[in-house]
Design a protein around this ligand. Structure first.
Ligand code: COA
Length: 177
């Protein structure tokens, strides 16, 4: 049984992440999309639970065949310790551009230092998704841009709802502004 984890913040999960996850799921027996709940990045839009639920729903909708091999979970602490706790021997990472390489290189070597039995496997993100990042998605959503093709439908709906909430909260905080 080859168990792999695919860790990330997934705030929110995008079509780029899904592409990596679905392809990784064909290489390993089981893939855990592991939503990191250890620290919040600036500008975070969704709670840990929301990010996990969105990822699960994205996998459940329209990816029949993958759902039995991909599960979504949350973790805190070191990714390698989480992998060990599951008996996973592979950490999957996506590489979008050369600019990702330097970080992934250090990430892989540090993890190798911490847990030499765990292999970091990088998959190239498909070129049509190589410009996507969660923070850009959040920015485009906040400014009312079109997210079609960039995120799963359930994520687009969640982004619209969260943006409407934020705008409503701002209007209430500054009446007449
Ligand atoms: N498609 C679209 N976007 C992608 C992508 C893809 N295939 N691959 C990466 N991205 C985006 C992410 O959404 C993220 O965007 P953001 O910075 O705008 O939010 C960005 O690229 C960076 O991705 P990543 O490097 O995976 O960062 P992350 O914050 O999503 O995840 C962890 C980082 C959680 C995996 C890492 O910090 C970790 O393992 N932490 C646990 C603690 C630990 O073990 N630390 C020691 C590490 S040696």
């Amino acid at each position: 049984m080859r168990l792999a984890i695919y860790p990330g913040s997934f705030d929110p999960i995008t079509n780029g992440h899904l592409d990596v996850a679905l392809r990784a799921a064909t290489l390993f027996d089981r893939l855990v999309i592991a939503v990191y709940a250890g620290s919040e990045k600036p500008g975070a839009l969704f709670t840990n639970d929301e990010r996990r639920c969105m990822a699960q729903e994205a996998i459940d909708r329209g990816h029949e065949g993958a759902t039995d091999r991909i599960v979504v979970d949350g973790f805190t602490g070191l990714a390698v310790e989480y992998a060990r706790s599951l008996g996973a021997t592979i950490i999957v990472r996506g590489l979008r551009a050369v600019s990702d390489f330097e970080y992934e290189f250090k990430y892989a070597h540090m993890n190798d230092h911490l847990a030499p039995e765990i292999e970091v496997v990088c998959l190239m993100t498909s070129s049509r998704h190589s410009f996507i990042s969660s923070s850009l998605i959040r920015e485009v959503a906040m400014l009312g841009g079109d997210l079609a093709g960039l995120v799963p439908d359930n994520v687009a709906a969640a982004l619209r709802a969260r943006v409407a909430e934020r705008i409503g909260a701002e209007a209430t905080a500054t009446p007449g502004a």
